[in-house]
Design a protein around this ligand. Structure first.
Ligand code: ATP
Length: 202
């Protein structure tokens, strides 16, 4: 499971999913866009349906990736523990991994609902990001039951965030190469984030 706001999906997400797939020998990476984020308002949210569509566009043609609407089917804020429980129910016998950037993983013990249930249901697979070192993250979750159930995988550091992409789109700067081509086309065509049609194109 690779959850996120995906507002919009960008190359940091795509490479993270790809490296997790390879390093952890996964059968599939399922992108799960959140409906409502529990702790924060989603900035410049074009709506969960639109973020879901952008994820669909981003993964099209890549058989390693799938898309799930599971969090859009539940009303209210999306909690990962609920989603993992539902995934476990729908995919009995599957071994579940939860893919997280290092910044997210460091907050597992303090900011997440039912973190021990998350660790019971899935191996938490952490990408090295933002220079946070493994020991620091492992230490942050060590107090939790199942806290040893962490896996780390490396990815080339890609300093792109959805915030950066939105800002560039709003400023009329190109977002080509920062997002999958078809996502750039989609953002331009729908004028998301104040973008003109040209931002995604060459
Ligand atoms: P925003 O800038 O709006 O906060 P974001 O780019 O961090 O968004 P999210 O949708 O919040 O994107 O991230 C989903 C998941 O992808 C999180 O686990 C996050 O840590 C991870 N992620 C996001 N960007 C990168 C990146 N550049 N490299 C590695 N992992 C990333």
């Amino acid at each position: 499971m690779f959850g996120g706001v995906f507002n919009p999906p960008h190359i940091g997400h795509m490479v993270c999913a790809q490296e997790a797939f390879v390093a952890l020998e996964l059968d599939v990476v399922v992108f799960v866009p959140v409906s409502q984020a529990p702790h924060r308002e989603i900035e410049e949210d074009p709506g969960a349906g639109t973020r879901l569509r952008m994820c669909g566009v981003a993964i099209t043609g890549d058989g390693r990736f799938e898309l799930s609407e599971i969090e859009l089917e539940r009303p209210g804020p999306s909690y990962t523990a609920d989603t993992l429980r539902e995934l476990a129910r729908r995919r009995p016998g599957d071994e579940l991994f939860l893919i997280l950037g290092g910044d997210e993983a460091a907050t597992l013990a303090t900011a997440w609902r039912e973190p021990e249930e998350v660790l019971r249901l899935a191996t938490v697979a952490v990408a090295e990001r933002d220079g946070r070192r493994r020991e620091e993250i492992a230490e942050a979750v060590s107090s939790l039951e199942g806290g040893e159930r962490l896996a780390f995988f490396e990815m080339p550091r890609i300093d792109v965030s959805a915030t950066l992409v939105r800002r560039r789109a709003a400023a009329g700067l190109p977002i080509r190469y920062l997002v999958p081509d078809k996502v750039g086309d989609f953002i331009g065509a729908k004028s998301l984030y104040g973008a003109s049609a040209a931002v995604g194109a060459g």
